[in-house]
Write a protein that binds this ligand. Structure first.
Ligand SMILES: *Cc1c(COP(=O)(O)O)cnc(C)c1O
Ligand SMILES: [Zn+2]
Length: 433
């Protein structure tokens, strides 16, 4: 029945709150509502449910648009709405955020939509939205006493953790599945640190990392998405606040978000609701739509079957950054989408490639496979009639196409081949007269 409070040595309400000026009051179990202090823990001792950050709403409500606008030109302008404190000097960060919100008029026209925006998070320092969650997690990690950084990654997280460790001068140990795109392996390895290729899927990598956190050797190692996951997850909220601010402090009517673990979607939805609750934007309901690849669609499949029981799958297909077969936040993503009145869909590899090309050729934004998943899903939901072409829509591009070149390399290339002469140019059809 009623929720219990498990006291902890680092209780947020006591003197030991590690995060000065934080609006967070502790962690709370998403399943049974048991509360904890602001500690390095991700699962509930009562029911093994996932823990998330619990805020003091009165403190959040004190934050004004003006406070935020006076902040730095990066995600830390939302620090008063994040758990890890507002002191600039103790941040572990590449200062991600304030990425472009692009008016996608040509794409809107191609799809028969009235108003469409692309939130382009490939513009972050390591070219994916993961810089937001990693900056948030590692800033918390150092204050919680960790001295080494780690993660279980589908690719972009590996880039970001290795780069943050390099900037801050900390050692890192990054774990990836052995079959990642070369573009993601090289762009991680170049930062230095240990890069561990694991013979298995992401879900195997994740399990290994969970086991490592239990060992003495890894006691002081912060796995951003494992033992300090509650702090990591909160960084995704900035993708909600930022869209609200960039639209002139109001919410869009529909958003389309890619899903791997389902955390990003859940937290964007949470940020929209919080923005209304604390008075940053006028009351509005945003329909949230989830996008997956058909090669790995455990969340969309459960949603379509009208259940929140996720059946884990063995991931396949080119959208490797989304290839999580046993998604931790899957049930919460389903809850968010259902509560918002949205929908989900999954798209195959050919549709993903076509989505990548369509976004690039209509907006100048070259997305990675995950962005292709979003564009193809947008198209599919429009065709199915579950997404309204007349409603103002924001789609999230979370990563950069330069990291997943193989996905489109067979599809595009030079359109003409000529010798360096006018004669040859004419023969190739470049001259009419
Ligand atoms: C990690 C990732 C996602 C999804 O993140 P979750 O929070 O696990 O759902 C989406 N897009 C890209 C490019 C990613 O790297
Ligand atoms: Zn619980």
């Amino acid at each position: 029945m009623s929720a219990t409070h498990i006291p902890n040595t680092a209780s947020a309400t006591g003197e030991d709150n590690p995060f000065k000026d934080s609006p967070a009051k502790g962690l709370i179990c998403r399943a049974c509502q048991t509360t904890y202090g602001l500690v390095a823990q991700h699962a509930c001792w009562n029911c093994f449910g996932p823990l998330e950050v619990d805020y003091d709403l009165a403190k959040l409500a004190k934050v004004t648009r003006e406070d935020i606008e006076a902040g730095p030109q990066n995600q830390w302008r939302y620090a008063p709405l994040l758990p890890c404190g507002v002191e600039e000097s103790d941040r572990v960060t590449l200062n991600p955020g304030l990425t472009p919100l692009i008016e996608a008029d040509n794409l809107a026209k191609a799809l028969g939509m009235r108003k469409l925006w692309v939130k382009d998070d490939s513009a972050n320092p390591t070219h994916s939205f993961k810089d937001r969650v990693v900056s948030t997690a590692l800033t918390a990690a150092v204050k919680l006493g960790f001295n080494r950084f780690a993660c279980a990654s589908t690719g972009n997280l590996a880039n970001s953790v290795a780069a943050h460790a390099a900037r801050a001068g900390f050692p890192s140990v990054v774990f990836i599945p052995h079959d990642l795109e070369p573009g993601k392996v090289i762009t991680t390895a170049v930062y230095g640190g240990s890069l561990v290729s694991v013979e298995g899927s992401y879900d195997d990598v994740n399990r290994l990392c969970s086991e490592l956190t239990e060992t003495d050797d890894f006691e002081k190692t912060a796995f951003v998405n494992v033992n300090i996951r509650p702090y990591y997850a909160e960084g995704s909220k900035t993708l909600g606040y930022e869209v609200a601010e960039q639209l002139g402090w109001r919410l869009p009517e529909q958003v389309v978000v890619p899903m791997a673990s389902g955390e990003l979607l859940t937290k964007i939805h949470k940020a929209f609701e919080e923005s209304v609750e604390i008075g940053l934007v006028p009351e509005a309901k945003v329909k949230v739509y989830g996008a997956q690849s058909a090669g790995c669609s455990p969340i969309a499949t459960a949603f379509a079957a009208d259940t929140d029981e996720i059946t884990p799958v063995k991931p396949k297909g080119i959208a490797k950054s989304l290839n999580i077969g046993d998604p931790a936040a899957g049930p919460y993503a389903i809850e968010s989408v259902r509560a918002s009145g949205g929908d989900m869909a999954a798209v195959n590899d050919d549709e993903i490639r076509e989505g990548m090309r369509l976004l690039a050729s209509t907006t100048g934004v070259f997305p990675e496979t995950a962005g292709g998943v979003v564009v193809a899903t947008l198209r599919k939901l429009l065709e199915a009639g579950s997404l309204d072409p007349q409603a103002e829509t924001v789609i999230y591009n979370t990563g950069d196409g330069l990291k997943t070149l193989d996905a489109v390399s067979s599809l595009v290339g030079p359109t003409h081949n000529v010798k360096p002469s006018l004669k040859s140019a004419k023969e190739a059809g470049l001259l009419e007269s």
